[in-house]
Design a protein around this ligand. Structure first.
Ligand code: UDP
Length: 313
């Protein structure tokens, strides 16, 4: 297949490029490099089935030749990034999804939207299954990300129902691994880098919020299975191994062997406004429809991620 990946120089996009090239496909990575980084795909330069195009997907996209699939991953998924760049976040979810869907329609390509567990907002149903409609504050600081993805999902379904585009929607829960940005502000790079530097681990508020962390290779496997399946309605991909952020901080300390202290911090900016109190995917649908479940344990995934950051701090 000849596949376009928007956000191809980002954390997840670059892992998807690697996997699809290894599977024998031709890959075009597109990225405006606002948060993506060419270092993530530098090892692919000169690969005969790989091409990189620097382009902002909120503008018209021109691709020469045929395309079999369009995977729309371009986004600003870190709370710090979407708080800094709120309008770009809304544009890439809305205009970027529109442009990439138009491209998929013109090429007769299959389309996959990288959506998010944030469509569930601060959830009132736990764990979150795909039929839950969510609890999102549209005018809160997270609204720019959450609503752009909710709009994107609605647009994908409209292109599917009205234009017959062959579409897929994956709702990605917290994912981690090598190539996360050290400064993207999320808990995994923050805690690992703080631990490796011997600095205090910044646990926001009382650390009682929960998340469940999925290793990137598991996510990529789930996305590829979804792309190859016939499932048009959204599918959660995430690891249901839920823990509090305080427990996660202790796990990072244990695996890094760091003696950093834990510091309870109450951010005074918008970082923790509307921060979901709990999050855990119900992956029954992914198990049933895709035969998928995560294979990499938190210990193993964190060891690989810590090794990556050890070379950077
Ligand atoms: N968090 C924290 N310390 C940090 C960064 C994040 O306690 O240095 C918390 C944050 O408030 C949230 C959880 O960790 O409850 C996960 O945050 P992240 O930004 O990784 O992703 P989110 O799941 O909120 O999109």
């Amino acid at each position: 297949m000849r596949i376009l990946i928007t956000g191809g120089a980002g954390f997840i996009g670059s892992h998807l490029c690697d996997r699809l090239l290894a599977d024998g496909h031709e890959v075009i990575a597109m990225d405006n490099l606002s948060t993506g980084n060419v270092d993530n795909i530098a090892h692919l330069a000169g690969h005969e089935r790989f091409q990189f195009i620097k382009h902002d997907v909120t503008n018209y996209i021109f691709i020469k030749g045929e395309l079999d699939a369009v995977l729309h991953l371009a986004s600003l998924p870190s709370p710090v990034d979407y708080l800094n760049l709120p309008i770009q976040t809304l544009k890439v979810g809305a205009l970027g999804t529109h442009k990439t869907l138009g491209l998929a329609m013109a090429k007769g390509a299959r389309y996959l939207l990288a959506s998010t567990s944030e469509v569930y907002g601060d959830p009132l149903v736990h764990p979150q299954h795909e039929d839950y409609w969510g609890n999102v504050n549209p005018v809160g600081p997270r609204g720019v990300y959450d609503e752009s993805k909710r709009f994107a999902e609605a647009l994908v379904m409209a292109y599917h129902n009205y234009h017959g585009v062959d579409t897929r929607i994956v709702r990605i829960f917290n994912t981690y691994g090598p190539r996360m940005r050290m400064d993207d502000g999320r808990v995994v790079p923050n805690f690992i880098c703080q631990a490796l530097r011997g600095e205090p681990l910044t646990v926001y508020d009382d650390g009682s919020r929960t998340r469940s962390f999925c290793y990137v290779s598991d996510l990529v496997e789930g996305m590829i299975r979804l792309l190859q399946s016939d499932e048009v309605t959204p599918v959660n991909i995430g690891n249901p191994d839920e823990m509090t952020i305080l427990d996660f901080a202790h796990k990072v300390l244990e695996l890094t062997g760091s003696d950093s202290p834990i510091e309870f911090v109450t951010p005074t900016d918008a970082r923790t406004a509307d921060d979901p109190k709990v999050r855990c995917p119900d992956i029954g649908k992914a198990r049933r429809v895709l035969g998928w479940s995560p294979q990499v344990s938190l210990e193993e995934g964190l060891r690989r991620t810590i090794e990556y950051f050890r070379g950077k701090v």
